[in-house]
Design a protein around this ligand. Sequence first.
Ligand code: NAD
Length: 279
Amino acid sequence: MTATRLGGAEPAAIVRAEVTERAAWLRAAGRPPLLAIVTATDDDASAWYVRSIATAAGKAGIDCDVVDLGSAATAAEIGGRLTELSADAAVTGLMLQTPLPPRVALADVAAAIDPDKDVDGANPLSLGRLAAGLPAFAPATAAAVVALLDHHGIELAGRHAVVVGRSTVVGKPLAHLLLDRDATVTVCHSRTADLAAVTSTADVLVAAAGRTRLIGPDHVRPGAVVVDVGTNPTADGGLAGDVDPAVEGVAAALSPVPGGVGPVTTALLLQNVVRPMLD
Ligand code: NAD
């Protein structure tokens, strides 16, 4: 068996076209969309990601301000700037890029992001609202997994979805989104006793651990759908996922890295900038 490729370029292009149209409409209505991104890191991968968001925003007609506070920024400085930007009427979407400086906890500073502008679902209130089934912005990566599956016509209701990873950025919000779609959800993590025993019961397996090749053929039930969220830098400057390419011989469908969840994530982030939460 060779797995069908669950590519992200096509769904991302569809979302971007919608976003571009909506951004033009907002601009014409005198409400130009503006995404502010606060960063406080020297991390190269992070700088690359922020540049790619800014470029994609520009192409879609969304203004983008990157506020770089430097890797020595304190929690008070980061929180203070997020509070200011939250209060700025011109800012329609606000995002805090990770990693943060050591000793700065995401939950502490992200609480300063106005939930109505929290386009990457970083404020703990957003996660709580999501868990409670209330309108909220979901973290774009978690939302991208579901959007990718929907685009490719993968059924979720009644199926066993296993998520590997329990971070507040990906694993936990994704578990809630999958529950909302009537999947039966299991979440695995670094302390899961026998990972393969659990993952091999999945109809839909999502790998979001940030460990290169963590998921091999023995972790996958023949015919399962596998989504790779991992983006692990390789020695040659490329990106590797969490899923061993040999899984292609076992799974029915597999999303690639790069070219799967990544492009959809950026497109959904921009969609959140032009779409008020309570639309
Ligand atoms: P994280 O480090 O915060 O969390 C990793 C999770 O994986 C933890 O819950 C941990 O318990 C679990 N884990 C680690 N080792 C494991 C193991 N051996 N077995 C089982 N579980 C294990 O990372 P994150 O921010 O959730 O990101 C996860 C991955 O997704 C990373 O590779 C990250 O780069 C990638 N990511 C991709 C996108 C995208 O748009 N494609 C966006 C965000 C994150």
